[in-house]
Design a binder for this molecule. Structure first.
Ligand SMILES: [Zn+2]
Length: 77
């Protein structure tokens, strides 16, 4: 049986999550940083070095930052 929690946006087995900065471009950020940013309004640093506050959650149709995508793939052998 699975308990539904409304504030769960990321899966436990992932170390990073997607977030966005305007325009609709999503960056990979550390999940812990994303949670803290959402809670405190602080900025996060994406894999590519982009710094921005967490404001949105990613959608399947969203564009992913090509720099982040490349760096993310290099993290996983
Ligand atoms: Zn990026």
């Amino acid at each position: 049986m699975i308990a539904m929690q409304g504030d769960t946006l990321t899966r436990e087995d992932e170390d990073v999550a997607l977030d966005t900065t305007p325009p609709e471009m999503f960056h990979y950020v550390r999940k812990g940083d994303m949670v803290r940013s959402a809670a405190e309004g602080s900025h996060v640093v994406a894999l590519c070095g982009e710094v921005f506050p967490v404001t949105k959650v990613p959608k399947k149709s969203s564009n992913v930052c090509p720099d982040c995508e490349r760096l993310f793939k290099t993290m996983k052998p």
